[in-house]
Write a protein that binds this ligand. Structure first.
Ligand code: FE
Ligand code: FE
Length: 276
């Protein structure tokens, strides 16, 4: 795997200093309401995986959705999926990683059975998009808009107050609960025996933690990390550079790229559909 060399710098993306009130509201609601109990309720609610959707059609469904948390993206999600995948392909990254580039945001399809009041709808997306954080332990002050940590619904619970909270030191990131969102949902979809595939463990790791900037960018949650995390974190960081720096205004033609990417779907997935 080669290292991503991009012309853009960090300063060109994720600038939240004068972000829209909608972006700020999304983070305010997420920080306030994404408590440990809320997260475990969402994990249970979305565990049924009883709707069968064709993978390509699902990507197209995301055309109907614009991420309200993202200051860098005004285009429908399918274009971001293709940009991420095509940048990985251009740099000869492994084909499974290109496929993850294509599908990494597919968990946003939760809006189909989401609810505005729970932040999983088309308008209210505070439990679907935006940076995630670990629940059940202290919120790091490296989170985006750290002043919002004072609003967190779990802030008074002494069990969650320390750096490791309810988790054992070195337990590994596999053991933590993350704030609910499209990363976690797709990770659970891909971890279910209903959706057989041959993707490597790094693929699922990239899916699950790509919005956990406090971890892969700010080096937080170090005490929770296991040997597996030490091994996979560099790959997560590499993936993130493509997720972030591919956001631009050249839009690829979905129909022209479909045959190549459907070939990858057929190579790694037993079926062309997923239970979501
Ligand atoms: Fe994402
Ligand atoms: Fe993305």
């Amino acid at each position: 795997m080669t290292t991503a060399a991009k012309s853009c710098s960090d300063a060109d993306f994720r600038n939240y200093d004068d972000c829209s009130p909608m972006v700020r509201e999304n983070y305010t609601l997420a920080r306030t309401h994404q408590t440990f109990d809320f997260v475990t309720a969402m994990e249970a609610k979305f565990a049924t995986l009883d709707t069968r959707l064709n993978i390509w059609e699902t990507l197209e469904l995301l055309n109907d959705l614009v991420d309200v948390s993202d200051p860098d993206m005004d285009h429908p999600n399918l274009y971001h999926a293709l940009q991420t995948a095509e940048e990985l392909r251009k740099d000869n990254q492994p084909d499974w990683m290109q496929l993850i580039g294509l599908i990494h945001d597919l968990g946003k399809v939760m809006y189909l059975r989401g609810s505005e009041s729970e932040g999983t709808g088309k308008k209210k997306q505070w439990a679907m998009v935006g940076d995630t954080f670990v629940v059940g332990c202290a919120l790091p002050d490296t989170l985006i808009m750290p002043e919002l940590n004072a609003l967190h619904g779990d802030r008074e619970n002494p069990r969650y107050a320390s750096e490791c909270g309810i988790y054992d030191e070195g337990c590994g990131m596999d053991a933590v609960h993350c704030s609910w969102g499209h990363d976690e949902y797709l990770y659970r979809i891909l971890s279910s025996p209903k959706n057989p595939h041959t993707l490597p463990e790094a693929a699922l790791y990239m899916v699950r933690f790509h919005s956990l900037y406090a971890y892969h960018k700010e080096a937080g949650y170090e005490k929770l990390m296991s040997a597996k995390d030490q091994r996979l974190l560099p790959q997560l960081k590499l993936f993130n550079s493509y997720d972030l720096y591919s956001k631009c205004d050249d839009l690829h033609d979905p129909a022209g790229l479909k045959p190549y990417y459907m070939g990858l779907v057929r190579k790694y997935f037993t079926n062309e559909y997923l239970y979501v």
